[in-house]
Design a protein around this ligand. Structure first.
Ligand code: 6CS
Ligand code: FE
Length: 303
């Protein structure tokens, strides 16, 4: 019988105040799991802040092909008509492409890069699989932003992710600077679960991927979480890498600059945290948003 106790109640007309998370941030389990590419200082920083930033992790030329691939996709109507491709409001440019690892061999290889997998396995203390992958792209002048939210709150409510044991890896395809809508994170916000007011409509994803309307923490909760912590917006060249915990509150502004901002995202979920039924009671989301059949442990592309 799948776990049906909902330890993270949210998406209702009345919800509890925010409360401490149940799961550890860095999972220690089994001998040898302590080892991995992240040193003690990095593990402590991830535990404390809920994210880790690696400026220039990949050389820029290693990520340029993904940007070329995105530009080619944007010119193909058979691609932009796919349900997993989300256009921006004016349908002028691509906002997101989901399940990119199923559309692109290069993208699939990158999700199995041992340098990434070893860090994620070390943090989650288990084997992992891809819960969701996407490219988010904000063209110059017109790329819209994303409201403050916890990804886990959505994945728990709408995908049935039982607990907080998932990590997002984001690779910058373009320079992320203070002007082109970089990701903003609230350090330490991952320690608290923030229930959100408002029932989840059926097929919510038809609108939420363009403009999220439910699963938004209250402004007073966001303000409370920034007290003493501030907001951090990592910036750096294409090829930079951000690891962030599934429950770290994040947002991004619209892109008012003339420069594009595009990032790859892979969400690794622990094989010990496989999806149950959506806790919001809604129908499961499409596979391009939440893997349900392919939840086998990833094999890395180690030569
Ligand atoms: O619904 C989702 O899964 C997506 N929504 C947001 C705002 N971030 C996470 C994820 O890509
Ligand atoms: Fe998000």
């Amino acid at each position: 019988m799948l776990q049906r106790t909902d330890f993270y109640p949210t998406r209702d007309d009345f919800v509890p105040d925010m409360f401490p998370r149940r799961e550890p941030v860095v999972h220690r389990s089994g001998p040898g799991r302590e080892c991995g590419p992240l040193d003690r200082r990095q593990l402590e920083a991830f535990e404390q802040d809920g994210f880790l930033w690696f400026e220039g992790f990949f050389p820029e030329q290693a990520v340029t092909p993904f940007l070329e691939e995105l530009r080619t996709m944007a010119r193909r109507q058979d691609v932009t008509d796919l349900e997993q491709v989300v256009m921006d409001e004016e349908r002028q440019s691509i906002r997101s492409v989901f399940a990119m690892h199923e559309l692109s061999a290069a993208f699939d290889r990158m999700t199995r890069d041992p340098r990434l997998l070893d860090m994620v396995r070390q943090i989650l203390g288990s084997e992992v699989y891809i819960h969701q992958s996407r490219i988010n792209s904000k063209s110059g002048f017109c790329g819209n932003g994303f409201e403050w939210h916890s990804d886990f709150e959505t994945w728990h409510s709408e995908d049935g992710m039982p607990g907080m044991r998932a990590v997002s890896v984001s690779i910058m395809l373009t320079e992320n600077n203070p002007f082109n809508g970089p990701l903003m994170l609230i350090p330490g916000s991952h320690h608290q679960f923030v229930p959100c007011v408002g029932q989840t409509p059926e097929r919510n994803w038809n609108g939420s991927l363009k403009h999220q309307r439910v699963g938004l923490p209250s402004r007073s909760d966001v303000e409370a979480l920034t007290d003493g912590r501030g907001i951090h917006a990592p910036t750096g060249p294409a090829g930079s890498l951000l690891l962030f915990e599934c429950n770290t509150l994040h947002a991004s502004n619209r892109n008012m600059s003339p420069w594009p901002r595009a990032n790859l995202f892979f969400v690794y979920n622990s094989v010990d945290n496989r999806l149950a039924q959506p806790f919001a009671g809604t129908s499961p989301r499409p596979a391009y948003l939440a893997a349900r059949t392919n939840q086998k442990a990833l094999i890395d592309s180690r030569p």
